[in-house]
Design a protein around this ligand. Sequence first.
Ligand SMILES: Nc1ncnc2c1ncn2[C@@H]1O[C@H](COP(=O)(O)OP(=O)(O)O)[C@@H](O)[C@H]1O
Ligand SMILES: [Mg+2]
Length: 538
Amino acid sequence: MSLLSELLSDADGLEPEAVDHLQLLLSDWQTLADLSFADLLLFVARGGPPDTDADTIAPPADAAYICVGQIRPYTAQTIYTEDLVGQVFPAAERPMVGRAFRERRVMRDTDPDWSTGVPVREEAIPVCFGGRVIAVVTREANVATARSPSQLELTYLQSAGELAQMLADGTFPYASYHTGEERELSPRVGDGIMRVDASGTVVYASPNAISAYRRLGSLDNVIGQHLADFDPAHHEMLEGLADGEPVENEVERGGAVVLRRVLPLVRDAHVVAGLLLVREVTELRRHERALRLKDATIREIHHRVKNNLQTVASLLRLQGRRLRTPESKAALAESVRRISSIALVHETLSEESRQKVDFGIVAGRIVDMLADGLTDPGAPIDFRRVGEPGDLPADVATPLALVLSELLQNCVEHAFPLSELGEDGPPGPTGGRGSGGADLEATGPIVVTAEGPARRGHVLVHFERGPSTLRVAVADDGVGMPEGLPPQKVANLGLQIARTLVESELGGTFSTLPGDDEPAAGFAPLGGTTIELVLPLP
Ligand SMILES: Nc1ncnc2c1ncn2[C@@H]1O[C@H](COP(=O)(O)OP(=O)(O)O)[C@@H](O)[C@H]1O
Ligand SMILES: [Mg+2]
């Protein structure tokens, strides 16, 4: 719920469309504040808008107005250093607001109010919607700082007056104005302003606006010229102007990029003039382009690293085929798997436009790779993932991918040995690599799958992401680690690599459960081997 709707729940009596209208106003009233050199406050009446039929009746004694919006001008000093949003004002303190509600017209103060220490001229503008006043905007300007106005200031004030009148007529904020993603870039009054007449001829242009058009190549003075004569992309703007619809678009020429926003000024259903807010964004766009290019380059490099690693893996695979001894074949196959795991991280990085990887994707790919590598595609090992690892920086993801690949490979290789399945081995193994599963004697848990009862091995990868740690557990329901030996003793190259990467490279802990550590909270081992890692996150 937005702040506005929260505040408005106190001022019930406004229908949702009216609330939307106020929301729209809040997203678009900076222009009015800037043109007016004034602070704007938005008030609603407590208990909903007063009955507009009772025009002449004074508000009840306990009437009050709630300030639901406040904005300060970029073009002048603010009057209110404090935040007034949420504050409730008794009606007697804000007589102009009450009059604007009742009389439905813009109310002007004749004498400045000195209560804040500086002379403040206040104006109250009714906000009309659906034929009634739903709120009131006050415009409060410090008149002490007012100088003899320049043409720029006169243009601002004239346009501000027209916008204020549109607010009272219900034609501002513009219904078709959408709050797009590019809002921060949207030109503001201070960026550069032009005033055109209803046909599109420039009546006034601020120095910034003139400079922006000079960058686009219009070297003549634009004042007195028609938009079509000097704006390379005037069609949409002129259409918007004719239809009374605000338009914002971007034009590029000669390397310069300029954003223009057209605000048609409407009176009695006729467009009387148009305001153009003009902002040169050449540098900004150039910067964005450079960033995009850099991003694409980094991704391209990850892509190439991945390709190169895959080439190395293929070369090793080729070489492996020529070897005779099973040990050397196996050793090369291990290396191929390790290199491929690293390649998977680079592949994932090459697909993302940030320097982080969604490790869930990497984990999924490692599992797929190992499942593909099983000699029999129907091998009954179920891999399951619980929890999300989330995003990890590349320097954590790469070692972790290797570790995960070692642990999963061990499950595939050691947890469900073939010999255990065919013979009257100890109960526990519940499936096997390359075995049909279904014709085996059921000595372990039975899992009913779509194809009917089958004995399967289960491997679970469990991720638990905390605020500053990532817990990873890999568990299987296989034969378990060899009896009697501490895990450090059984460790071959695979577990050694895994442990070293976790402890030295990642600064985490590596434990075999149950055994050298208490089982992790909320995580029950499956009965075979469980290895748990806890990694600190940067
Ligand atoms: N999930 C597991 N289930 C049963 N035994 C395992 C498991 N993981 C590792 N082991 C045992 O630990 C030993 C060492 O593993 P590792 O260091 O990866 O070397 P390798 O896989 O090359 O034998 C394995 O040979 C195996 O006996
Ligand atoms: Mg191994």
